[in-house]
Design a protein around this ligand. Structure first.
Ligand code: NAG
Ligand code: NAG
Ligand code: NAG
Ligand code: NAG
Ligand code: NAG
Ligand code: NAG
Ligand code: NAG
Ligand code: NAG
Ligand code: NAG
Ligand code: NAG
Length: 407
């Protein structure tokens, strides 16, 4: 139990710091968007961990994008036991009361055509993350002195219900998106989201850095599987997992992993992920519990410091991810893929990785262009990078050029 708590703490800290790094894009023409609290959520008990009301930020579309909608789930790790959830409830990750009320919209949320060529004039909504369970839980903890609300599923539904009369109900085009725990939410909610919209709406879903693999760590311990099983059990997520998936797998909880869920998602899906996603490297492949003596500490902050054995394990992890993704690539005519070989985590929200002159590219296309090609059907959009170290366009969030501060 102690170890689990420690892992959760480390995860929370890393994710918080990662998010700080990704939102600190310095730009003078930053778009700051006010928070909208969903007052109607109280009627359905759609509360944040601490009992506060859920919220989103909306920037209206205009012109040709007036009737198109982009919904972006905020990310930020998970809490999977009472202690870590109680702690989260007292932080900005579990309470809209403690959140910043003005959110910076950049990358895929930018309103500037030269920073976001395809979605800049859409209605763009950021759904704040305050449930600790990828918007999928539905239970409560109450022992008389402590109450915790695990109501992510109700929050998702309350926000959609709030947006429908604001124009979402007659959207022409819609894209459900999100990064990290929010990327996972995008996979988990894709089918349900499409059911809210008329069959004339073009609905697609994008998972950024949300393709968490059901892969053992370097000691062959299934750390992530155990972590997710505790999460699903604590937060009451199982009934909200896709029924087609849960009815055809021996352990229904496994359907929280995108790799098992994918074939049951009806709308077209785009997988944006790094093959060496830093979160997965540090928490699935080499969680602290699997490296008690810190043999990986240098390698974790600088891939050039990895030993040949360590690099071989990283390359094997990439191969495993590609195997899962390739079956999707060959089967899906409407799917899209951008798996680059950067030490990154979340590449759609920050301007410098989404669309800038020195952004990551494959076949000379940025992530923004690849996702636009896929969404609008301009071109087949399936790209897989050569392994590390050949990609020279990466914005590694770890590496010799950057300090540990960025993590
Ligand atoms: C945000 O909303 C608050 C309350 O409605 C308002 O006082 C404030 O001026 C708004 N800020 C911006 C930047 O729009
Ligand atoms: C859009 O971005 C470009 C390039 O950074 C900048 O020159 C321009 O002023 C921006 N436009 C708006 C409306 O902010
Ligand atoms: C309720 O749970 C919290 C957290 O586990 C604990 O600190 C507290 O003592 C519990 N209260 C009761 C009455 O069991
Ligand atoms: C949550 O669970 C309650 C029963 O505890 C059920 O009535 C309700 O429909 C569920 N809501 C969602 C959104 O899953
Ligand atoms: C779309 O829905 C309408 C009614 O809501 C129905 O008449 C029509 O057959 C549906 N079209 C398709 C392609 O499912
Ligand atoms: C295996 O993982 C579980 C869950 O994370 C953890 O409690 C346990 O200590 C791990 N065992 C080893 C040997 O790392
Ligand atoms: C792709 O097709 C193969 C063979 O039909 C199947 O075994 C696999 O599950 C499919 N994968 C996905 C992600 O749909
Ligand atoms: C899920 O199951 C329902 C009911 O059996 C079926 O109509 C639907 O096509 C299935 N969806 C997928 C994506 O397999
Ligand atoms: C790559 O794309 C940029 C514009 O996006 C273009 O200026 C450049 O010539 C292209 N390079 C190659 C090698 O095609
Ligand atoms: C479509 O994609 C292919 C492969 O990435 C590329 O060679 C081609 O130039 C693209 N076509 C257009 C019109 O962008």
């Amino acid at each position: 139990m102690k170890l689990v708590v420690k892992i959760v703490l480390v995860i929370v800290v890393v994710v918080v710091l990662l998010t700080c790094a990704s939102t600190s894009v310095s730009s003078d023409d930053r778009l700051l968007v006010n928070m909208t609290v969903v007052h109607g959520a109280a009627a359905t008990g759609a509360y944040c961990l601490d009992g506060s009301l859920p919220a989103y930020h909306i920037h209206r579309g205009s012109g040709a994008g007036e009737r198109n909608w982009l919904l972006q789930f905020e990310g930020g790790g998970w809490c999977n036991d009472i202690e870590s959830c109680a702690e989260r409830a007292r932080s900005r990750r579990g309470s809209t009361r403690l959140m910043n009320k003005l959110e910076s919209f950049s990358g895929i949320l930018s309103n500037n055509a030269s920073h976001n060529p395809d979605f800049y004039n859409w209605n763009r909504v950021k759904l704040r993350y305050c449930d600790g369970g990828s918007f999928a839980g539905n239970s409560t903890f109450d022992n008389g002195t402590l109450v915790l609300y695990f109501r992510g599923q109700r929050i998702f539904e309350a926000i959609i219900e709030d947006l429908l009369p604001k124009g979402l109900s007659h959207a022409n085009k819609a894209l459900l998106s999100g990064c990290s725990a929010g990327g996972l939410a995008s996979y988990l909610h894709c089918n349900r989201f499409s059911k809210y919209l008329p069959n004339t709406t073009s609905v697609k879903c994008l998972g950024d850095a949300g393709f968490f693999l059901d892969s053992p760590d370097i000691t062959m311990n299934h750390t992530q599987r155990t972590f997710f099983q505790h999460l699903v059990a604590l937060q009451g997520i199982e009934p909200n997992l896709d029924e087609n998936c849960t009815s055809s797998i021996s352990d229904p909880k496994q359907c929280i992993f995108p790799q098992y869920l994918l074939k049951y998602i009806a709308p077209p899906v785009f997988i944006l992920n790094s093959a060496y996603d830093v979160y997965q490297f540090h928490h699935i492949l080499v969680p602290p519990s699997a490296d008690p003596h810190g043999h990986w500490n240098r390698c974790k902050v600088n891939p050039q410091a990895c030993s040949p054995d360590q690099m071989a394990l990283l390359q094997a992890f990439r191969v495993e991810m590609l195997q899962v993704v390739r079956s999707f690539m060959y089967n899906s005519t409407r799917g899209g893929i951008f798996i680059n070989s950067c030490f990154a985590h979340c590449q759609s929200e920050s301007q410098d990785t989404w669309f800038a002159s020195d952004s990551p590219r494959m076949f000379n296309e940025t992530i923004a262009e690849s996702i636009g090609d896929w969404y609008f059907g301009r071109n087949v959009s399936k790209k897989i990078d050569r392994p590390y170290p050949y990609d020279t366009t990466c914005h590694n969030i770890i590496g010799p050029a950057s300090t540990n501060d960025n993590l």
